[in-house]
Design a binder for this molecule. Structure first.
Ligand SMILES: Nc1nc2c(ncn2[C@@H]2O[C@H](COP(=O)(O)OP(=O)(O)OP(=O)(O)O)[C@@H](O)[C@H]2O)c(=O)[nH]1
Ligand SMILES: [Zn+2]
Length: 217
């Protein structure tokens, strides 16, 4: 069981106390990663002896360890005293992750929404949850589902919707080199999955269509 799953199991929904969310990666040995980066780059013919590249292997190890380590945060919720019962939508949350096939970045945005139950969520926490699951070797489909599932269990809302739009550098700067392609994934839970009107409202608010500008023909 991962520590993120443990968090879920330990807390359930409906809390009033902030949940401290920490997702430590498995044992990290930066010195070994630096040695491996030196071997890796040297094997690919990169000359690491120049002034500018003297610390490159160390920086590379540090950079990847950063990409694999989400920052801890408090999942702060507030009682929904006003009984707010419409969608809360946060659009254009940055997504920075790394594909597990090539260990190259995929970057884009997430649009997140939830239908509150007994609690509302500190708005910044939606972006924190995205980071919790983005900073690890990923595929976009799994990332999308993990964010939706985690919010659904820990916030205990009536519904959750997550859309992620991202560019995969492994697909745009190498390989097929399909520049300009973006991939969209979505995950719906609870009422947003089961009720057609809620689902339609979510997609309309999360991904507004450009207006036709009133032109005909
Ligand atoms: N479904 C999915 N596929 C991904 C994701 N990120 C990267 N991929 C794909 O993973 C696949 C790996 O395919 P392989 O044929 O093993 O790798 P490859 O020879 O480097 O393939 P090319 O990228 O086509 O050159 C590629 O099609 C990638 O585009 C992701 O988040 N989701
Ligand atoms: Zn890839």
């Amino acid at each position: 069981m991962t520590s993120a799953q443990l968090d879920v199991a330990a807390t359930g929904g409906g809390r009033r106390v902030p949940l401290r969310v920490v997702h430590p990666p498995a044992h990290v040995d930066l010195a070994a990663a630096e040695r491996a980066a030196t071997d890796f780059l040297t094997a690919l013919g990169v000359d690491l002896a120049t002034e500018g590249r003297r610390d490159t292997a160390r920086r590379m190890a540090q950079a990847y360890s950063e990409l694999f380590r989400p920052r801890p945060f408090d999942l702060t919720t507030f009682p929904n005293d006003e009984n707010y019962d419409e969608l809360v939508v946060v659009r254009d949350v940055p997504v920075h992750s790394v594909c597990e096939h090539h260990v190259l970045p995929f970057v884009g945005v997430a649009h997140l929404a939830y239908l509150p139950g007994a609690h509302i969520l500190g708005l910044s926490k939606l972006a924190r949850v995205v980071e919790l699951f983005a900073r690890r070797p990923q595929v976009q489909e799994r990332l999308t589902q993990q964010v939706a599932d985690w919010l659904f269990v820990n916030l205990n809302p009536r519904g959750v919707g997550v859309i992620i739009e991202a560019e995969h550098l492994c697909m745009t700067i190498r390989g097929v080199q399909a520049a300009g392609t973006r991939t969209t994934t979505s995950a719906l839970r609870g009422q947003l999955r089961e009720d057609a009107a809620s689902r339609a409202e979510f997609f309309a608010l999360a991904v507004p269509r450009p207006s036709s500008g009133g032109r005909h023909g």
